[in-house]
Write a protein that binds this ligand. Structure first.
Ligand SMILES: [Zn+2]
Length: 244
């Protein structure tokens, strides 16, 4: 039996909403969940009315409490409001539920907490953070997890940014629990200590871990673009991460 333990070591990964800022300057005052524009491209539907025959229908008509309960029960997660006073809104809950529902369970089971906070102490460009304190598992089964994901206001700027941020942080958790994949990724793309071919973003080029998380986020949110622009990473993720 193979046992893996990460204990008393705090490992932290961030994600940055870089793509967005390359195109439009960040004005923090406008970054609240209430400005989410559900009709922008790649959006999630967000109105309860006139949504027919879609799997989202029941979610969109749910109350905030029902959404919370669904996320916590279906994904074995706990949702926490931030110590800075930031609260989960209905929009954030809808977005979270819809993204998590689109992912396989084996990918989403690793974190214990999803925490909403206003702004990272690491700077306004940070959309999310994954923090590992304790994670023990054996043969793929979790024995104990003390793994947190923080979601900052900027991640809720638009549906694509949110999806990429959430998937990015979940990908860190997934790879932390699947270190064989990390080694394979390193042997394929980081043989000489730098990414070859380059990653999907500048942030992905910064190190192996961000490369993996950025690439998985891109695979989920923009698979066709990744397939064309970065076929090797696309193929790896398709075969080794989402083909179980
Ligand atoms: Zn990251």
């Amino acid at each position: 039996m193979k046992k893996h333990i990460f204990q008393m070591i705090i490992i932290v990964f961030f994600s940055f909403a870089m793509v967005v800022f390359a195109e439009s300057p960040f004005v923090e005052e406008t970054m609240s969940p209430s400005i989410i524009n559900p009709s922008s491209s790649g959006s999630f539907a967000s109105a309860c009315v006139s949504v027919k025959e879609t799997s989202f229908h029941s979610v969109l008509c749910d109350s905030e409490e029902q959404l919370r309960a669904k996320i916590e029960n279906e994904f074995d997660l706990r949702l926490l409001d931030g110590i800075d006073g930031t609260k989960w809104t209905k929009e954030a809950l809808e977005y979270t539920y819809q993204v998590l529902s689109s992912l396989p369970k084996y990918f989403t089971i690793w974190p214990e907490l999803l925490i909403r906070e206003g702004r990272s102490t690491q700077g306004p460009l940070v959309g999310g953070r994954a923090e590992f304190k304790t994670l023990t598992w054996s043969d793929g089964r979790i024995e104990n997890k003390d793994v947190f994901i923080y979601l900052y206001n900027i991640s809720l700027r638009d549906p694509i940014t949110f999806k990429q941020t959430l998937v990015h942080e979940f990908a860190h958790c997934y790879f932390m629990a699947h270190q064989k994949l990390e080694t394979e990724w390193q042997n394929l793309f980081w043989k000489k200590g730098m990414p070859e071919p380059p990653s999907v973003s500048d942030y992905g080029n910064s190190n192996l871990y961000e490369d993996m998380a950025e690439s998985v986020a891109r695979f989920v949110s923009e698979p066709e673009i990744l397939r064309v622009l970065n076929p090797l990473r696309y193929q790896f993720i398709k075969e080794k991460v989402f083909n179980r």
